[in-house]
Design a binder for this molecule. Sequence first.
Ligand code: FO1
Length: 310
Amino acid sequence: MIVVLAGGVGAARFLQGLVQIVPQNEITVIGNTGDDREFYGLHVSPDLDIVTYTLAGVVDETHGWGIRNDTYNTMGQLTQYGNDDWFMLGDRDLATHIHRTNLLRQGKTLSEVTDDLRKQFSLGIRLLPMTDQPVATHIVTPAGQLHFQEYMVKRRCVDVVQDVLFVGVQEAQPAPGVLDALKEADAILLAPSNPIVSIGTILAVPGIHDALHETSSMIVAVSPIIGGTPIKGPADKLMSGLGMEVSAVGVARCYRDFLDVMIIDKQDAHLVSEIEDLGIPTIATNTIMRDEESKAALARKTLEAAGLSF
Ligand code: FO1
């Protein structure tokens, strides 16, 4: 079994490569739920949905989230009633959130609902939320403590980042299957996702970091930072706000106490020796996932780095 720790868009694209090489029933994805938030009383799980929609081939590729060719009639009506429109939920996407919320209110866990949605989209992978308990990523800024979606989507990352908090994480437990998956994996891959608010959130769930430290599986990470800039999202602002170096070296430092191999982009080949000085063997290759071929090539390289061949 290949286990992938995943955030949103970068992880979903990486997984599109992985499923070209590894049968879906040999892949377990552990997804970040720190971005989850209620909108209009509905439970929205952006990172789980991005993975599901992308692998199902229905994602809106221009955004990286939501459903392709969705309409926004409900949103339009809601704004006429005076509601906020900073978080755009398409009509078909809303059906996912209504369905999820309905099942949660009936007493199902987020793991059960996520599995139901995975089946609805005919995916063969196993998709586990990092936890079934509520955890919310908050960004501490001079303007106050903001939910991650408020910081990123509503305020477009303009606020200075002073700290990042995972509210509720101390009371959270890994979702059923998460620790066993990490223990029994043939390889554990950290997708090119934000090391603070995607992978970092997963690592903050009590027990997960220790499981990575203790597992005998090879652990390989792909840097989401290329040439000092994230491919997508605010990783640079979050890392610099927390006093970290915004580079593949900074990413490697986040994972240094359990990582076996680091994959960085070939543009950052000059950083290989610096990362290897941390005790982490490092491979420089193309990590820009432009098309299906480059996604598959990156997945293959990552599996090879874990000592696996398919
Ligand atoms: N991101 C935006 O920048 N603007 C949006 O209006 C927006 C809506 C949205 C709706 C559903 C969903 O699952 C994701 C959505 N996202 C939106 C993306 C999302 O907030 C972030 O990309 C993730 O949280 C980070 O992985």
